[in-house]
Design a protein around this ligand. Structure first.
Ligand code: CP3
Length: 353
């Protein structure tokens, strides 16, 4: 039993007394207590790799704000790390892989990793579940097969992932081989998180929006459809709700809404009202406040949050979130103001006249 299941109800497009809210990267560097735990751990991977510390940082934002869901503290790049690519995070530099998969030999050498190598992630899910004591649902997550391929090919962050886009055009067979293997790995990984207790799962396609129309369909959308189709059901036979987020995917919303996920995450460029008209009542929608709004002031936060709520409209099936992760440097008091405003305004909107 989950005490506050507003988030799960909204994912099923059932009426809720208010709009649930959680925030991408809600555990992270904008919180001083996160920075303290990270320093104690020594590195990001030491933090994510230690289930007790991962539990501690997962709960930090929930201790401050009445958020309606927790998200596993981990990273999407744990899978390529378990594939043997050697992940590290240099201070303020983003992810780095010791090895890349840029040619045919390297791609042929990639296989679905033994899930035992990712045991620390599933242990963290189980430990977080126990620590939550049924207060709010726990979201598990993975990167999309294509977004993982972006980091595997480039070896780290890249402004436009040029090598990936070149491969999509020159050697689509190779890129497809890589994303197909990734899809099997992501499916197994999410199913282990579900077995360990995740109440919902989210797929982050951070870089799908870089692809042209055809390549997006083949390399990203189709492989995410395979992942969603392969998700395990709960012990009572019900489907585990899933959320698909494609940053820059505004042009393909109706297609993304058709892959079988419960919800579609929207970035801030999308008009929520138009998105709802486009997808009808097929899926829940999650989003989509520009994270930079949280870098302004309280009045702006409340006004802009209200605009998103009104664009989402009165129909059930909206989960409030940002259009991308919280920016480090965000004042925590602005996050508090946002959560309070979303709960208050959405309650008022639902109250009978
Ligand atoms: O609170 C949460 O949302 C859960 C934790 C979470 C992290 N990464 C922790 C993290 C989640 C859901 C992610 C997903 C993730 N990781 C994505 C998809 C979402 C997105 O942001 O587009 C991507 C692309 C990554 C890969 C990644 N991890 C990058 C590019 C970076 C460096 C950039 C940055 O923000 O620092 C990371 C590191 C990372 N993952 C941090 C956190 C809190 C910061 C690292 C640190 O503490 O030093």
């Amino acid at each position: 039993m989950i005490h506050n299941d507003t988030f799960l109800r909204a994912l099923r497009r059932e009426p809720t007394p208010y709009t649930p809210i959680w925030l991408m990267r809600q555990a992270g560097r904008y919180l001083p207590e996160y920075n303290a735990t990270r320093t104690q751990a020594g590195s990001f991977m030491a933090l994510a790799g230690n289930p007790a510390l991962a539990t501690e940082v997962t709960l930090q934002p929930l201790a401050r704000f009445p958020l309606d869901a927790a998200i596993l503290f981990s990273d999407i790049l744990t899978i390529p790390d378990a594939m043997g690519l050697g992940l590290s995070f240099a201070e303020n530099e983003g992810p780095r892989f010791a090895k890349t998969t840029r040619d045919e030999a390297a791609i042929n050498a990639i296989a679905v990793p033994d899930m035992a190598k990712l045991r620390y992630v599933f242990d963290a899910v189980a430990q977080i579940k126990r620590a939550l004591k049924g207060s709010v649902p726990l979201i598990g997550f993975a990167g999309s097969p294509f977004t993982l391929a972006c980091y595997m090919i480039e070896g780290g962050a890249s402004p436009g992932f040029a090598n990936v886009r070149r491969m999509a055009h020159a050697r689509p067979d190779l890129l497809h081989r890589l994303v197909a293997t990734n899809a099997l790995a992501v499916t197994a990984y999410l199913n282990e998180q579900i077995a360990a207790g995740a109440d919902a799962v989210m797929i982050f396609d951070t870089w799908g929006g870089l692809l042209n129309h055809d390549a997006f369909q083949r390399m990203s959308l189709a492989t995410m459809r395979d992942v969603v189709a392969g998700l395990a059901t709960a012990s009572d036979g019900s489907t585990i709700p899933s959320i698909v987020f494609v940053k820059g995917g505004g042009a393909w919303l109706t297609q993304i809404a058709g892959i079988g996920a419960s919800a579609v995450g929207l970035d801030w460029t999308v008009d929520m009202a138009a998105a709802r008209r486009g997808v009808g009542s097929r899926v829940a929608l999650q989003g989509n406040l520009d994270p930079e709004v949280l870098m302004t002031d309280r009045d702006t936060v409340v006004r802009e949050a209200s605009k998103v709520l009104h664009a989402a409209g009165p129909a059930p099936g909206h989960i409030f979130n940002l259009g991308h992760g919280i920016v480090p440097g965000t004042p925590p008091e602005n996050v508090a103001a946002l959560v309070e405003a979303v709960h208050r305004i959405s309650r008022e909107t639902r109250a009978p006249p």
